[in-house]
Write a protein that binds this ligand. Structure first.
Ligand SMILES: *[C@@H]1O[C@H](CO)[C@@H](O)[C@H](O)[C@H]1NC(C)=O
Ligand SMILES: *[C@@H]1O[C@H](CO)[C@@H](O)[C@H](O)[C@H]1NC(C)=O
Ligand SMILES: *[C@@H]1O[C@H](CO)[C@@H](O)[C@H](O)[C@H]1NC(C)=O
Ligand SMILES: *[C@@H]1O[C@H](CO)[C@@H](O)[C@H](O)[C@H]1NC(C)=O
Ligand SMILES: *[C@@H]1O[C@H](CO)[C@@H](O)[C@H](O)[C@H]1NC(C)=O
Ligand SMILES: *[C@@H]1O[C@H](CO)[C@@H](O)[C@H](O)[C@H]1NC(C)=O
Length: 775
């Protein structure tokens, strides 16, 4: 038919979108890159528009290039070994770096057009270079810093008269860099106690330039996500609740009709009875390029972000107790920051959603609570106190705090090994001790050589239950427990329509043990109620290098662990163990209708294991979280090269077989793929794109669910902070932003006209012509 052709043409006008990944930079993701604590600043003998800043990382150093005009970070370079000093050979105008590592010779540093060039050199014995880092700024007779009045004065070295003077901020800490001509010009950079670095340039006592860099985020030790709730649907929810109040269904129906009529009338009134305005508003047609409608499209975007749960705060805490909230929907812009009054070092903090409180803990057992009244205003101080009374000794040090019971605000506090005689931890509560615990709670702790099971007694005491001790040469190199997850599907449907039932027992922990003497590694999976070993896997054919990170995570019915093996060939490996009730299809051992306590009876799982190679060294591994756990889980990987990637769990499946062994039924299975041992890195899965990050050993990789089931927010919080959104199964629940609602509705209208107007018309004409009726 002519019109079906025409319809196809219409469809082909609607453009297809293609993904270009770098355009996601700063749109779906954002990053804050830090320098850290400045140990040395080079401002002379280089380009006068730049600063070179030296800062120390865990066991290496970082050189950063900063624009002297605005403080922007231009480039960074981490060195292979720690830099102890930077020296200047004045005769040759050479800047060279000296390393801690005695085997590394000094190297020359050159800065050319915003890049570093580092080349090894031999320093001649004849030259006498001067140290830039150890240059004393305090003992100079031309500078007077008055700490009481917070002022800095420059005096003339000959006449001892003050040439320039300026005020310093009240939290002034140190003078880091100063350059002056003792007449009219002064340029200096100071640090504050809050780890802020402030630069001033004075000309004739007038401030001509100033900027600051906040480096307090480089010392982040913990983070929490705070949701910003969407209240736009509250009136609708209230309406539905009101509707349920009616006894009579007709009254309820009348109420619904009336509210909808009211809403339509209001809509018409708001658009001044103009049908054109109503249609454009309804279809968002006015979002074409127009200054005032840009504001509108921004608002619409913001409304959607709020509805989709993308609007969140990332709250981070550093060692000094500074808590900063970053707006995740606004490039990590600082929303507020507060300073805890606890004695440092601060250990961690918790977010209690029901009472909107942040609870900060320090190493010695003191705490402080802050209440967040609205997400965008700084929280207010509530109470402080100490848990020390419930500690067995006064000098116990805390290593970990975990939330136990939301209602009673109780926490399990674990002590650092050896600081608190033999006690492992205590249970403390911020709330009132209410009813006795109805449900028994179990806690599993571990140290380097043992794993201990505990049950919490009715009076909130820790009672030991079982213990696993390792042999003398063995030590635990990785440990993980099963997170609480929603079970969506208890089985895996095979291609033959049979079902393999997953082993969904929740009380599971797993650990990796390395034997120093035999250099062998094994992985155990245990039942945390009874301490029973469910699965044990020995790796005795590989030479495992435990200097590389060993990661382990537990998901629904699987355990994934990664390690670096040196033999047979050096390679990063990812292994997976999947647990099933039985490997025979359609055999179910648990009885979902008859609950028996796992303490009385338990089923042992059957398992499958598989090993994969990965082309890059994995430093951290974490699991993506979504709202209902329906979306395919993804493993989020932090790589040694500073990139962040993810891998859908389906790729590392224990059930993949070589193609030759796959039956036709196997190929019918959802997302079935033949086993290929090497997992390639797919560019589309590198979510850090072209950026390079510096994450230290203590960095944390986390994920939080959004209101969209398909989408998960991923953050890596360490020296740098990076957040992005991932959709491991594709954004199946979001319309493309350039989805053409107008064209779709237009097509529907055309179809409607064709079916209900043209077709009857044509049929009628045909009949008329058959009957030879002339019009
Ligand atoms: C430093 O910043 C200023 C002002 O934004 C800019 O004009 C200049 O080009 C920058 N310098 C470098 C080297 O990027
Ligand atoms: C509809 O609006 C009128 C006046 O604005 C109000 O009196 C009435 O209660 C509303 N009806 C419903 C069902 O909301
Ligand atoms: C932009 O939109 C406003 C109404 O939102 C309208 O008054 C104005 O004329 C538009 N400007 C252009 C250039 O179309
Ligand atoms: C960041 O937040 C500050 C206030 O907290 C605000 O003044 C500023 O405009 C924000 N910047 C951006 C880019 O939104
Ligand atoms: C609580 O704060 C007050 C005032 O800052 C302080 O004097 C007191 O020592 C603090 N208590 C604890 C347990 O830290
Ligand atoms: C539930 O299981 C227990 C132990 O297996 C058994 O004794 C009991 O009869 C079962 N109850 C039902 C209703 O099947």
């Amino acid at each position: 038919m002519w019109w079906s052709n025409w319809f196809c043409t219409l469809l082909s006008i609607i453009p297809l979108t293609s993904a270009v990944f770098t355009d996601e930079i700063d749109v779906t993701d954002w990053a804050l890159q830090s320098i850290g604590e400045y140990t040395c600043i080079i401002g002379d003998s280089i380009d006068s528009n730049l600063f070179v800043v030296l800062s120390q990382l865990e066991d290496t150093s970082l050189l950063s290039l900063v624009n002297r005009t605005n403080g922007n970070l231009l480039t960074r370079r981490a060195t292979d070994s720690r830099i102890t000093d930077i020296k200047l050979d004045e005769s040759k105008q050479l800047i060279f770096l000296e390393y801690e590592d005695a085997s590394s010779t000094a190297s020359q540093l050159t800065v050319l057009s915003n890049e570093f060039y580092i080349a090894p050199i031999t320093v001649d014995s004849g030259s006498s270079p001067i140290s830039i880092c150890q240059k004393q700024l305090l003992n100079r007779d031309d500078i007077i810093i008055d700490n009481k009045k917070n002022s800095l004065k420059i005096v003339d070295p000959h006449s001892k008269l003050t040439v320039l003077s300026t005020e310093l901020p009240s939290n002034f800490d140190k003078l880091k860099y100063l350059k002056t001509d003792h007449a009219a010009e002064l340029e200096f950079l100071i640090s504050t106690t809050d780890l802020e670095y402030i630069y001033y340039q004075l000309v004739n006592d007038d401030l001509v330039n100033s900027w600051f860099r906040d480096e307090s985020l480089a010392n982040t030790i913990d983070y929490k996500f705070i949701d910003i709730d969407d209240h736009s649907m509250d009136s609708v929810i209230l309406e539905l609740q009101n509707e349920y109040q009616f006894d009579n269904i007709f009254q309820a129906y009348r109420f619904r009709v009336m509210t909808n009529i009211n809403r339509s009338i209001n809509f018409v009134k708001a658009h001044h009875y103009s049908p054109g305005r109503m249609i454009t508003d309804f279809l968002n047609l006015d979002l074409i390029q127009n200054d005032s409608s840009d504001v509108k499209s921004l608002k619409l975007q913001e409304m959607n972000d709020l509805k989709f749960g993308f609007k969140k705060l990332l709250v981070v805490i550093n060692k000094n107790g500074k808590i900063t909230a970053l707006d995740m929907n606004n490039q990590g812009n600082q929303t507020w920051s507060i300073q805890s009054k606890l004695s440092t070092p601060v250990l961690t903090f918790e977010w209690d959603k029901t009472s909107s409180q942040l609870i900060v803990f320090n190493l010695l057992g003191d705490y402080e609570t802050w209440e967040l009244l609205t997400p965008f205003a700084p929280p207010v101080f509530k109470i402080n106190g100490s848990f020390k009374e419930s500690f067995p000794q006064n000098r116990c040090e805390i290593s970990k705090v975990s939330k136990l019971n939301q209602a009673q605000k109780s926490y399990f506090i674990e002590f650092s090994e050896g600081t608190c005689s033999n006690e492992e931890g205590v249970i403390v509560s911020l709330g009132k001790a209410t009813r006795k615990n109805a449900i028994k709670q179990f806690i599993t702790t571990h140290d380097a050589t043992s794993i201990n099971g505990h049950v919490i007694s009715a009076d909130n005491k820790l009672v030991p239950t079982w213990q696993i001790n390792l042999k003398s040469d063995e030590k635990i190199v990785s440990f993980g427990t099963k997170p609480s997850l929603d079970v969506v599907n208890p089985g895996v449907v095979l291609g033959s329509r049979e079902v393999l039932y997953k082993y969904l027992y929740p009380h599971i922990a797993s650990y990796v043990v390395f034997n120093e003497a035999t250099k062998k590694m094994y992985v155990n999976i245990i039942d945390t109620l009874k301490g029973e070993i469910l699965v044990s896997q020995l790796h005795d054919k590989e030479h495992i290098d435990i200097d590389y990170p060993i990661n382990l995570i537990i998901g629904e019915n699987w355990i994934v662990y990664s390690y670096f093996s040196l033999e047979p060939i050096p390679e990063q490996k990812i292994n997976v163990i999947e647990l099933y009730e039985s490997l025979t299809p359609d055999e179910r051992k648990s009885n979902p209708t008859n609950y028996t306590s796992p303490l009385k009876q338990s089923i042992k799982p059957e398992f499958m294991a598989c090993s994969y190679y990965f082309p890059e060294v994995i430093t951290k591994m974490s699991l993506s979280e979504t709202k209902f756990d329906i979306t395919t889980k993804a493993l989020i990987l932090e790589l040694e090269n500073g990139q962040i990637s993810f891998l859908p769990k389906l790729v590392v499946s224990a059930r993949r077989k070589p193609e030759s062994e796959m039956t036709d039924d196997d190929k019918m299975e959802f997302m079935a793929a033949p086993y290929v041992p090497a997992i390639p890195i797919n560019d589309a899965y590198i979510i850090s794109h072209v950026r390079d990050f510096i994450f230290d050993k203590s960095s944390q990789l986390g994920s939080v669910a959004t209101n969209l089931e398909s989408t998960s927010i991923v953050c890596d919080v360490g020296h740098d902070i990076f957040c992005s959104r991932i959709t491991p199964s594709g954004p199946f629940d979001v319309l493309n932003p350039n989805f053409e609602t107008g064209k779709l509705i237009f097509s529907i209208v055309i179809c409607f006209v064709l079916c209900f107007v043209l077709r009857p018309y044509v049929t009628k004409s045909k009949i008329k012509s058959l009957w030879l009726v002339h019009e």
